[in-house]
Design a protein around this ligand. Structure first.
Ligand SMILES: Cc1cc2nc3c(=O)[nH]c(=O)nc-3n(C[C@H](O)[C@H](O)[C@H](O)COP(=O)(O)O)c2cc1C
Length: 342
């Protein structure tokens, strides 16, 4: 199936595996790209050294194009962009808001820039900055998310911008791919569905928690901005967070992470930048990577935050990336044939 996405990026299928902190490492991105999708390394939670290593590891595993997700507001974002250019990374994706200068530098060097947006005005802004394409994530999606459902946000954005739009938030199968194409998108991007594959590095016990889960909620108590996560007793306790609890959480995760208070506060201030956050939320913001890492790397479903899309409620298996992509493409073909008037 050829679309504006496969043409722009050079992947075989119009399916993107999104950057997910502590989940989308070299293994998941390489497995996706080797299977014909576009794998994206989540580098916002990696050091520059780890990011470089992950890029090289994907290149050793596959010749297929892949992307890297970074935080444009990181102090070393420019250095990361240079690494991506030097290493020949095909696609640059951004966690949270991108920056005009970063888009220009990457684009000039031939990297396809593909920010994620959750609102029409953001889509218009990044298009005006010259983004080559964008991922539009509706409110169903996991992690940081907006209030508008994919079915309403996607057509608005498709109408508002002239660049290829990849649909995200709630996708898991071939019907969804065909529906996204019908809305005018050039493909789908999936987070939660790829987290629940055999190639994902998330500990098995945590994958089982996801498979058994039916409910997600959006909370601002993780880092001050709306975040869609699995509903667990720990998340419910965060919902009641006040400064004292934030400090206690800070102390607990400081111990787990080995980070100093200064480092935690620096991280919190960086997250606070330009936002109205209470001090409790600043401390929580500092904990965000720790809360995600506690579940995704250390396997502590009880102590961590498990970002997840609503789609988790309809996922019941753990295919390989190759099986998943093949299945979605086969379903899409069948769906398309079913649409033909008899
Ligand atoms: C566990 C998890 C971690 C995530 N981490 C990031 C991240 O580091 N950067 C980013 O841009 N988006 C992140 N996201 C959002 C996803 O990239 C993607 O946009 C979203 O999962 C799509 O919705 P879906 O889960 O319904 O497929 C994360 C999502 C999940 C589920």
């Amino acid at each position: 199936m050829r679309t504006a996405l496969t043409e722009l990026v050079g992947c075989r299928h119009p399916i993107v595996q999104t950057g997910m902190g502590y989940v989308a490492g070299a293994r998941l991105a390489a497995a996706t790209s080797a299977a014909g999708g576009l794998g994206i390394i989540a580098a916002a939670t990696m050091s520059v050294g780890q990011m470089t290593e992950a890029i090289r590891s994907v290149k050793e595993r596959t010749d297929a194009p892949f992307g890297v997700n970074i935080r444009a507001d990181a102090d070393d974002a420019a250095e990361r962009a240079e690494v991506m250019i030097r290493e020949g990374v095909r696609v640059a994706s951004f966690a949270l808001a991108p920056q005009r200068e970063l888009i220009a530098r990457l684009k000039d060097a031939g990297v396809v820039t593909m920010p994620s947006v959750g609102a029409r005005r953001h889509a218009e802004k990044v298009a005006a900055w010259g983004a080559d394409a964008m991922i539009v994530q509706g409110g169903e999606g996991g992690g940081h998310t907006g209030p508008l459902a994919t079915t309403l946000l996607l057509p608005q954005v498709v109408d508002a911008v002239d660049v290829p739009v990849v649909a995200a938030g709630g996708f898991f199968d071939g019907r969804g791919l065909v529906a996204a194409l019908a809305y005018g998108a050039c493909g789908i991007a999936m987070g939660t569905r790829f987290l629940l594959t055999k190639d994902s590095p998330v500990p098995d016990a945590v994958k089982q928690v996801y498979l058994a889960a039916a409910e997600t909620l959006v909370t601002t108590n993780v880092d001050g901005v709306p975040h869609r996560v699995l509903r667990t007793p720990f998340v419910d306790s965060l919902q009641r967070t006040r400064l004292l609890r934030a400090v206690l959480n800070g102390a607990r995760f400081k111990k787990i992470s080995g980070l100093s208070w200064a480092a935690l506060l620096r991280e919190g201030r960086r997250m606070k930048h330009g936002r109205e956050l209470t001090w409790a939320q600043v401390l929580q913001a500092a904990n965000t990577p720790m809360l995600l890492k506690a579940a995704m790397v250390d396997g502590r479903a009880d102590l961590g935050v498990m970002a997840s899309g609503q789609v988790v409620g309809v996922i019941g298996d753990l295919p390989t990336c190759a099986e998943l992509i093949e299945r979605v493409m086969a379903e899409a073909e069948t769906t398309l044939r079913g649409l033909t008037p008899r």
